[in-house]
Design a protein around this ligand. Structure first.
Ligand code: ADP
Ligand code: MG
Length: 393
């Protein structure tokens, strides 16, 4: 068992002036399951490969347990890595595939046998030990690949998108198995994925990266509730958080966020932080699930609602995604007038003109062209600095 510490770790690939990983500092605690998540190309695999020793470190230090491993060859690092493309030896049985890493390390035969059988039991692949990989399903093969990491009794598991070759259903199932496996073996694990749902469901903590830079390291719930910046806010959650450019104005001692179509009241607990932005345009964020049709809000949100026109309703059965267009010229009621204004008709014919996406219960019956008002509780509004994109809080 071991912790893994990144101290100002930087990776520059030859010829490229922009680091693939820039000044990364974080600590993965002993026995923790930490997920490294971010879009393709943000430096996740590079970070993993530096821990494994497969890639030289350009700057900073990586510590595993109590040892600085910068100059330690991969075989002396006690880490086991599972990749997306798990190469099993096709001509070897499952048993031999599992035993091979131990053979390489000159583990005596009886101990080898014991460890292979133990790993097979842990992963529930005992019944396949005599088969060749081609006689296994994708999920079973992936378990054998995991088994090859487990038999080594490594201090640290590094998993780089290990489930991405599996179909959606098997991925969800294997995800759950991996979590159970971690509860049993408790090996410190760094798990890489580009999928924020996978990250949210698996991680004790999640490190969000973008462009080689660590954006936030936190628990899943804190990332969702208190994103540190606009990138994290938009990356975590599906559909994504809505962003609207708003002008901050002060009226009667209260701060309002206004744009052409609406004015909403800023939450009281953020007034102090927002005060320095009065007179400026900043970004407001609200999650689709926090947008409520006003008739359901209970009437206490006067002046904080947004008049919109329903553009598209996507029905998922258990919920609907409702795409809403801005209605700049006002608060005409929903039923009195069905004909669309020219603005609405034009907005609807354009793509990408959606103002907001809402996530609503299927019993909220809405159709294209409906004019409604939506609102959000003030505590569910997020605000971001227009320059740094850091959360204002
Ligand atoms: P991720 O795993 O998050 O998709 P990578 O760590 O693979 O990202 O890549 C990070 C950046 O480093 C990318 O811009 C990629 O093109 C670059 N990169 C990765 N490997 C190499 C390499 N061997 N040589 C040069 N550039 C590389
Ligand atoms: Mg990668």
């Amino acid at each position: 068992m071991a912790r893994v510490i990144f101290q100002n770790v930087t990776k520059l690939y030859g010829g490229n002036p922009t680091p693939a990983v820039a000044d990364l500092s974080m600590e993965v605690e002993d026995q923790e399951f930490l997920v490294l998540v971010g879009p393709s190309g943000c430096g996740k695999s590079t970070a993993m490969r530096m821990v494994a020793g497969l890639e030289e470190i350009s700057g900073g230090q990586i510590i595993i347990g109590d040892r600085v491993v910068n100059d330690l060859p991969p075989k002396d690092r006690d880490v086991a890595m599972v990749f997306q493309s798990y190469a099993l030896y096709p001509h070897m049985s499952v048993y031999d595939n599992l035993a091979y890493p131990l053979k390489l390390r000159k583990v005596p035969k009886t101990e080898r046998d014991q460890r292979v059988r133990e790993a097979a039991r842990t992963l529930d692949i005992e019944q396949f030990l005599d088969r060749k990989p081609k006689a296994l399903s994708g999920g079973q093969r992936q378990r054998v690949a995991l088994g090859r990491a487990i038999v080594r009794n490594a201090d640290v598991f590094l998993m780089d998108e290990p489930l991405s070759n599996l179909d959606a259903k098997l991925r969800v199932q294997t995800r759950a198995e991996l979590i159970k496996l971690h509860e049993r073996v408790n090996t410190t694990t760094i798990y890489v994925t580009h999928d924020q749902v996978e990250a949210m469901t698996m991680g004790d903590r999640i490190a969000v990266m973008s462009l080689g830079i660590l954006q936030q390291l936190d628990t899943p719930q804190n990332l969702y509730d208190h994103p540190a910046n606009k990138f994290v806010a938009g990356f975590i959650g599906s559909p994504s958080m809505n962003f609207v450019e708003v002008a901050l104005t002060a009226q009667d001692g209260k701060i309002h966020a206004t744009t052409e179509g609406f004015a909403v009241l800023a939450p009281a607990h953020k007034e102090k932080a927002l005060a320095q932005y009065i007179g400026q345009t900043i970004t407001m964020g609200v999650r689709p699930e926090h947008l409520v049709e006003v008739s359901r809000l209970g009437g206490h949100v006067k002046g904080t609602t947004i008049p919109v026109t329903v553009d598209i309703v996507e029905q998922l059965g258990n919920e609907n995604f409702v795409y809403l267009l801005n209605r700049p010229n006002g608060r005409r009621g929903g039923t009195e007038e069905i004909k669309l204004t020219e603005y609405e008709a034009e907005s609807m014919s354009r793509t990408g003109s959606t103002l907001l996406t809402a996530r609503m219960a299927p019993d909220v019956r809405l159709i294209r062209g409906d004019r409604i008002e939506v609102g959000a509780a003030p505590e569910n509004l997020h605000f971001f600095d227009p320059q740094t994109e850091a959360a204002i809080r």
